[in-house]
Design a protein around this ligand. Structure first.
Ligand code: AMP
Length: 543
């Protein structure tokens, strides 16, 4: 027997439509590239989003077209999230930290029609213009007075909105219509596109709202330091308007002192971001002798939150939520919201729980399997590859059959590539990555890509790129290399050879020369062994 309930398609624009009416005075505070602070409400934002949809239509954007953004966290980026998906097109967020090669690849692969760019990132487009599709339209996200000199043929964001009507006849879309596209560079080879739908995005927003709703209600100020240009800022641009919280958007200023100042002046209660950012903030808190005013809650994810960091925040009375997820999961998978019983534990025991990656959010199923695909018990001891299943998890990759076929197992679960255990209380612990990726400042660097680029130098016979713990960046790549002859090339010479394929920050910080690389039983370079050898290594600038 079927239920007798209406079947309204889930749509992203309905979130803002709701917020404009139910939380009209909550909204967005943005530090702008123009240098000032901008304030708006969800009610006014909805009107500008209507104008923007008309402007997109005039630019020739059609349902299904990909429209790219290359921008910081700010109200215009937020408007693009809603206007692009609302009219049935796909918002393709580009991570400005990608290398030129990766950026050219993804703009071509996504076949973007228009790209919206913050003034800060205009030089990136100027450098790449000749390699991007000739008919790609460029819109600079500012007004005419702040438009920098550029040799590019560009349109101006505020000019496009001028004079457009504030209401837009939003189409009734099938809820499975594509809404967002985000490429992950988490593995070797070309970046792979996670293509979110309206349905997955709205369900994910509700999942995030459900897990955070207890702490965050109407009018509470929340700072997403996690970028809108990658992993949907952990769903906050969608969960935020549902809850009626105020989003405090930091723009380009992500260093400790700037984040501290913004949090203090805007009375931010909850702040979300990767460990690197919190290291900077903790440094500033130490200098100031007190945490920013009103700060009570921090969400740490993207990389494992170091125990010392969790302790530091908790000692100040700031509640730590340790979250885990990935681009392919929209991205939240688990969340460390602790039951009151955890807060009552002795301090050390409490930190033990908080150092784990939290419990799954509603709508995400977890399983761990051994090498043969057999399910392992959730007993806190068994370790296996982590697989996930749910409504906000990819079923494959955009226009990439080969990667799609590899991503999903016979039971329909997505393989995360992480190795984990799950304890009887449901807490996930990420033990390691099955692939030896390096994560620097919250961003991935492929060790295998680094190695193949370094091997292009004739002075290197063999090498391995290892992520070595770094006090500021979580990890930095170090190259362990075997010289091809008597004359060893300098680090600068090696980096020069590799620079063609990588952004500067992705290049190794050091090269360590060895006679031979350790091998595993199957003849592969043993990175585990190398990591052990490098456990006492100090990076040149922190030694
Ligand atoms: P991304 O798709 O860039 O968000 O990267 C996802 C990957 O980051 C996951 O598969 C994990 O390897 C890693 N990751 C994310 N959050 C955590 C965490 N809290 N602890 C450890 N690793 C994490």
């Amino acid at each position: 027997m079927q239920g007798m309930m209406m079947n309204r398609p889930l749509s992203i624009i309905s979130i803002l439509d709701y917020a404009a009416e139910a939380h009209p005075d909550s909204g967005i505070v943005s530090v702008r590239t123009e240098g000032d602070t901008h304030r708006t409400t969800y009610r006014d934002t909805y009107k500008r989003v209507g104008k923007l949809a008309h402007a997109l239509e005039k630019l020739g954007v059609k349902p299904g077209d990909r429209v790219a953004t290359l921008a910081w966290n700010g109200y215009r980026h937020f408007e693009l999230y809603y206007a692009i998906s609302g009219m049935g097109a796909v918002c393709h967020t580009i991570n400005p930290r990608l290398s030129a090669e990766q950026m050219i690849y993804i703009v071509g692969h996504a076949e973007d029609k228009v790209i919206f760019v913050d003034t800060t990132f205009l030089p990136i487009l100027e450098a790449l213009r000749d390699h991007l599709p000739a008919d790609l339209r460029i819109v600079v996200m500012t007004d005419r007075d702040h438009l920098p000199d550029t040799k590019l043929d560009v349109l101006v964001y505020e000019d496009l909105l001028d004079g457009e009507p504030e209401t837009y006849d939003w189409p009734d879309l099938d809820e499975n219509t594509a809404a967002g596209l985000c490429y992950t560079s988490g593995t070797t080879g070309n970046p792979k596109g996670a293509l979110y739908s309206h349905r997955s995005t709205v369900l994910h927003a509700l999942m995030v709202a459900a897990v955070m709703g207890g702490a965050l209600g109407q009018g509470v100020n929340v700072l997403p330091v996690v970028p809108l240009f990658h992993v949907n800022a952990w769903g906050l641009p969608y969960a935020g308007p549902i809850l009626g919280i105020n989003l405090v958007m930091p723009g380009p200023a992500l260093d400790g002192p700037s984040v501290y100042k913004l949090m203090d002046s805007e009375n931010v209660y909850s702040a979300w971001g990767v460990p690197t950012v919190w290291m900077g903030l903790l440094g500033e808190i130490e200098k100031q002798g007190k945490p920013p005013k009103g700060f009570g809650d921090v969400v740490i994810g993207g990389s494992a939150a170091p125990r010392t960091m969790i302790e530091a925040f908790e000692k100040m009375g700031i509640n730590v939520n340790h979250a885990w997820g990935m681009t392919e999961m929209s991205p939240i998978g688990t969340h460390g919201v602790s039951p009151p019983a955890v807060d009552d534990l002795p301090f050390d025991k409490k930190i033990d729980v908080k150092a784990k990656q939290g419990r799954r959010v509603f709508g995400v199923d977890l399983k761990i399997v051994d090498d043969d695909g057999n399910r392992q018990p959730h007993d806190g001891k068994a370790i296996g590859e982590l697989f996930v299943r749910g409504n906000a998890i990819v079923s494959g990759y955009y226009k990439n059959e080969e990667a799609s076929a590899k991503a999903i197992d016979a039971e329909g679960w997505f393989g995360t590539g992480d190795v984990a255990s799950i304890d009887p209380d449901g807490y996930l612990t990420i033990q390691d990555r099955s692939k030896d990726l390096i994560k620097s400042g919250g961003e991935w660097i492929s060790s295998i890509d680094l190695e193949s680029a370094a091997l292009a130098h004739p002075g290197i016979a063999n090498c391995a790129a290892i992520g070595v713990a770094h006090p500021k960046w979580d990890e930095r790549p170090v190259l362990v290399a075997v010289a091809a002859g008597e004359d060893k090339p300098s680090l600068d010479e090696i980096r020069e050879t590799m620079a063609e394929h990588f952004a500067k920050w992705q290049l190794p910080d050091d090269v360590i020369w060895v006679d031979d690389l350790p091998l595993t039983a199957t003849g592969k370079v043993s990175k585990l062994n190398l990591r052990q050898q490098l456990s006492d290594y100090k990076h040149p600038e922190v030694a």
